[in-house]
Design a protein around this ligand. Sequence first.
Ligand code: TYD
Ligand code: MG
Length: 425
Amino acid sequence: MAYFICSSCNYGSASWIGKCPGCGEWNTFVQKQDEKQITKKKASPTQFSTLKKIGKSSVRQSMGMFEFDRVLGGGIIAGEVVLLSGEPGIGKSTLLLQIIKNNVAIYVSGEESLEQVQHRAERLHADIGHILFSDGANVDQILSGIEEQKKPHLVILDSIQTLYTNDVETPPGSINQIKEVMNRVIPFAKKSGIPFLVIGHVTKDGDLAGPKTLEHMVDCVLSLEGDTSSPFRILRSTKNRFGSVDEIGVFEMKEDGLHEVNSATALLDITQKREVGKAIVGVCEGNRPMFLEVQALAVPTTFSMPRRVAKGIDFNRVQLLIAIAKKYLNLKLDSYDIYFNVIGGVRVTSPLADAGIIAALYSSVLSKTISTNQVFIGEVGLLGEIRSGFLGKKAYTEAKRLGLKPLEPLGFSSIKDIKKFIVSS
Ligand code: TYD
Ligand code: MG
């Protein structure tokens, strides 16, 4: 009997279905062979090697940008396949063009013509005379073409959504094409030892446009985040087989491309004016201490269900922190619409921002400010207790070094003590 499964989420069905009931994707069902029909032959034996032997593959190649290398775990590994995702216009092509100016690379762009790429390179003052370019889109031809070249340090594919193989009938960008293209790129990279950086667009919800399995297939997934209205961009690793995840790199988009930002306070307003609803949080994103401004606005609501809007902070976290503030600070928050924003268009994922988020909210509800340079570092628990842990201490030490005023780690043990830091109207 024929059996069909979804190539995106493995949902099984006896008949072919256009839209998968499991994940909602279209045209993902493929026929699977009946297991009984698979004859079991003796397979050729696997060759094992000792773990002691360190091959060439563990040597990391620098991308010529410290912030990029850091997110990769210290550079790229031979044969590694990295997926770089991000919204259109965020700066993915710019970032990779800046990287290849430091490397002997092949750049394949189905997105832009040679002229457009040359234009961008001029803007970046990048000498790209040594780069081999193609605007081809047939992945099989591209890989054979690469084989004929002297081994490049790096291959860039911009983007996975424009590539195709003639062996799949659906158009470029469809799930089956994306998967099949990756199925060819990955073994090629492993066999040749050439690292690949592959750009992938994301949908409006922030999901990678393509099957989830794509993320499982590659070695490393990086996302370039930010708000196009702000110049700052965060490069974050969400999966890394050769390094730690949640490591970040910070960049600033200028007239001549992305510049590395290594100061932990780059995103702060240097005047540090006191303002109602503003708090500075100290966090560690990955291993890197960072100081960010969180703003809260609480206004009396006219809705039966008050509004909660959060930009740059996880919405569930916000709901939880509002509940904690209601309980332990006795705030009547059901009668307020509440808005949160993190300045610089960045997203904060560390729970160490909790105390500062509540402080900003408290400041807005009371219409009072928080003392200048006060930095909040602390995760808030369900009992209103504050914790800072190892990463909190790291952020604390860095804040001290920068002349900010962090709370002593565990300097206040309950969120109730936050009242101490509110100074005036
Ligand atoms: P781009 O790299 O094309 O984005 P993506 O590949 O992610 O779609 O970057 C596009 C934006 O970056 C565009 O709005 C212009 C801006 N930009 C600069 O501000 N400075 C620069 O030097 C360059 C090359 C682009
Ligand atoms: Mg682009």
